[in-house]
Write a protein that binds this ligand. Sequence first.
Ligand SMILES: [Mg+2]
Length: 420
Amino acid sequence: MRIADIRVTPIAFRDPPLLNVWGVHEPWALRAIIEVELADGRVGLGESYGDLETLANLERVRPGLVGLSPFDLNALARVVYAAVGGDPDVGAPFPRTGDKARATAIAAFEVAFLDLQGQALGLPLHALLGGAVRPRVPYAAYLFYKFARHKDDPGYPADPWGEVLTHDQMVGAARRMIELHGFGSIKLKGGVFEPEFEIETLRALRRAFPDVPLRIDPNGGWSVATTRRVMPQLAEPGLLEYLEDPAGSLEEMGEIARFATMPLATNMVTIAFGHVPRTVELNAVQVILSDHHYWGGLRATQHLATIGRTFGIGISMHSNSHLGISLAAMTHVGATIPNLVYASDTHYPWQEDEVIEGGKLAIRDGCVDLLDGPGLGVRVDRAALARLHRAYLDCGIRVRDDAREMRKYDPSWNPSTPRF
Ligand SMILES: [Mg+2]
């Protein structure tokens, strides 16, 4: 059972004009679809970032994987360490500066390797990963301020969400998302407007949905002083479940943690195992939003969850714009983590395109049901893959740049954090 061929295909799919601290989403989001093929034709799937750096790293790794067994994940790590650079010793301590490029490359192929393992054994991935502790995995309604349309018409229909720039429009978007998918938690992407305005939006959401846990994520857009100023408002009883990345550095988060009255969460300051010691020293965050795409894969996500149990840090999952292969992987691993104590983030409702057979996976009652087919339980739709690869070739975007897109609306736009 040896790997005979590997394909990495960059794709682009439609993305709405969602606002964040850096600017606005471009009309096309990029991903890479990884296919690891055995001599007998079985294919394992992975999904990763589609930017040039990731594609270059995956290409560096790819030739070294041919001939490996998909069960040999240590060999995968050795090939990645040798190909991507840095200390080639896979047993060396994790660098305190992080190792995102290597972890990302391992993750991209690890999911495909695990998919093949599951197919070979006739087991769904959640069984291979130790067994599911829940029958379905909860996700949160991920709300954004947004424009109605992209500035330059990308040649596809406007999204059905319309403009979301007021408190009422945000409540409407939340209502629509909950009606469509039954979400039981809400996350508001912040860092767009003054904190006081965004807190007013939170209050409007709280009034409209009295019992639904709320979070806000300013993406490092607030200074420590600003966070201190608005903390009394954020601390209103019952308003926030947690505050995600108000500031953008571990040291600042440690400072904020000393006066915050709610848990702090992150997918920005603790993003690698090498960051964990300092995180613990500072007690900087109480929730880590894991992301198998850059933590090093599904098994690494399980290791991180164990570290969370060790140090009393809650675990949930972070998301970028993604398609169904990533959602399937997140759902499999999420099902196996006993201490996944918060509903996970997903951009999936914002995406209309899909690259898997049968179209989009269902989110019902705010959850994705376990997939019980062998391996990941999803197969690539080759016609869709070809179509989305064509979109990649045609769209002209090679590296995501939300600031460049925002300058189409505001030529003077030059984001630097903290913005507020
Ligand atoms: Mg975040």
